[in-house]
Design a binder for this molecule. Structure first.
Ligand SMILES: Nc1ncnc2c1ncn2[C@@H]1O[C@H](COP(=O)(O)OP(=O)(O)OP(=O)(O)O)[C@@H](O)[C@H]1O
Ligand SMILES: [Mg+2]
Length: 258
């Protein structure tokens, strides 16, 4: 592993399980612990970008799209948003073209890893917000990253889905990125009171380490998204803000132990 930032990938091929919410709020939580953080939005939907840029869209040439298209370095593309210590490498709708663009490119898996090399020294942690599939962008993230965090939502859980992402991680580790490890799974939109949520926990723990921190379902999260804010900006004293705060500490500890 090269020196500098720990690169953490937030991924699950299932849509709407809390990847973006967790990437953003974990990033802000780490910044609140005085870490320097870069968030990389790898999803053509550009949800993280729209929160950190307050819905101001960015040009494709200023986004991570050119990392894949032109092997552009990340450094000149980095945007400084309104949260001090939290920088952004933004997404653009054109990222949807990357799949076709990289088909057949021999170095197609390494574009993100190569682009991030130069800016690694500037950060303590680089968080990759992945799209809801296991395509080229997610594979690029697995090749570039030191570790993987998988958000899981009780209601949308399938064991097949979990084993698919873990198998992909194992393949990438074996072939391209020996230092890559699974940090753990995070239960999102969790309701500890329902029997289904409880019944869900045991079988998962056989496959993957579950973080102690769990994220409750709360309207404040949706409201924060609509206001283009993180939960720490929108409702810093809320239960979910405290849960993401604790998660930040737990994740940082897990990274240090690795
Ligand atoms: N703890 C929560 N409580 C309530 N709503 C939540 C919570 N976490 C996320 N949501 C909502 O669920 C939806 C999906 O969340 P999010 O965008 O983070 O998921 P995602 O996995 O990134 O989705 P995609 O696969 O489309 O990228 C959003 O509308 C978000 O506001
Ligand atoms: Mg998302």
């Amino acid at each position: 592993m090269s020196s500098g930032a720990h690169i953490l990938c937030v991924a699950n091929q299932k849509g709407g399980v809390g990847k973006t919410t967790s990437a953003l709020n974990l990033a802000h939580s780490l910044v609140r612990q005085s870490r320097r953080v870069l968030l990389v939005d790898l999803d053509a939907q550009a949800n993280s970008t729209s929160v950190l840029m307050a819905d101001e869209s960015i040009a494709p040439e200023q986004s991570v799209y050119v990392v894949f298209k032109d092997k552009h370095k990340a450094d000149p593309l980095i945007l400084t948003g309104r949260i001090a210590g939290l920088d952004l490498l933004g997404a653009h709708l054109k990222l949807a073209e990357v799949e076709t663009l990289l088909a057949g490119a021999v170095d197609g898996f390494f574009r993100l890893a190569d682009a991030l090399q130069d800016c690694r020294e500037r950060y303590d942690c680089i968080i990759l917000d992945c799209p809801p599939n296991l395509g080229m962008l997610t594979v690029n993230a697995f090749v570039a990253a030191n570790s993987l965090l998988v958000p899981l939502q009780t209601a949308k859980f399938s064991l097949d889905g979990l084993t698919a992402i873990l198998d992909t991680a194992t393949t990438i580790q074996g072939r391209f990125n020996p230092g890559f490890r699974v940090l753990g799974a995070l239960l999102t939109m969790h309701n500890a009171r329902t029997a289904i949520s409880q019944a869900f926990i045991e079988p998962i723990a056989e496959y993957i380490h579950l973080f102690q921190s769990r994220i409750s379902r709360a309207v404040a999260v949706e409201e924060a998204h609509m206001m283009h804010q993180t939960i720490f900006e929108y409702q810093p004293g809320s239960k979910v803000a405290l849960e993401y705060e604790t998660l930040g500490q737990e994740v940082w500890d897990a990274i240090q132990e690795g």
